[in-house]
Design a protein. Sequence first.
Length: 279
Amino acid sequence: MPISVLLIVLAGALLHASWNLLIKAGHDTRVVTASVYTGAGALAALALPFLPHLPPAAWPYLAASTGLEVLYGVLLASAYRLGDLSLAYPLMRGSAPLLVALGSGALVGEPLSAGIWAGVMLVCVGIFLMLFDARPQGHGLAAAGVALVNAVLIAAYTTIDGLGVRASRQPLSYGAWIFILTGLPWLLWVGLRYRVHFHARARRLLPAALIGGACSLGSYAAALWAMTRAPVAAVAAVRESSILFAIVLGVLVLHERLTRARALAAGFILLGVWCIRAG
C-alpha cells in the first residue's frame, strides 16, 4: 500500500473515531447522535445531484440497511450513555468483522482459512477481557452488552451494503442515499421532540451536525477512495486502526481510565481483526 494511501486511510479511521467521540462527549447522546446523522444526511444530499442515478435493483438493499442503521444509531447512543468510549467502541468495531467472517463462511459454505480462525480466537479473547474489565464498573457490563448487540447490526448492514453496492454498481450514490435515508428519521425525531423550540435547538446542534456529519462522510469517502488504489482487504484492515484512535481519544479527551486488561483486550481485538481481514 503506497504511503499516501496509508495516510488517507489512517485519517479516515481518525475521523470515524472522532464523530463517535463527539457523541460520547455530548450531554445527551441521543440528541448528538441525531445531529451527526442529520448533518451527514444533509451534506450527502448536497452531493447527490452530482452523482449517477441509482438503479432500482439497489433500493431493497437500501431499505433494509436503513432500518438496521437507524437501530444501530439508537443503540450507539445507549452504549455511550452507559459506558466508556474506550470500552464500547472496540467491542462494536472489533466484533463485527468476526461475525461477518463467521456468517460468510456459514452462508457460502467455504472453509475458513487458518489465519481467519486465528483472528476469530484473538477477537474472542479480547471480548472476554473487555467483559471481565467491565464487570466491576457501574453500567460497564450493560454498555458492553449493548455494544455486542450493535456489532451484530454492523455485521448485518455491512453484508447487506456489500450486496447493495454490487447491485447498484455505484458505490458513491449508494453511500449518499444511505446517509440521506438514515438521517431523515433522526431529523423527524428531533423535530417531534423539540417542536416548540425547534429552531433554537437546531442552532445549538448545528456545530455538532456539521462537524460530526463531515467526519462521518469524510471517513466513508476516504475508505472508498483508498479501495480504488489498494487491495480492499488491506484498506479494511488499516481502517480498523480507528479502535486505537478511539481508545487514545477516550483517555486524552474524556479522561477515561485505561486499565491493563482493557489495553490488552484492545490489542487482542485489533490483532484479531487484522488477521481476519488478511485471511
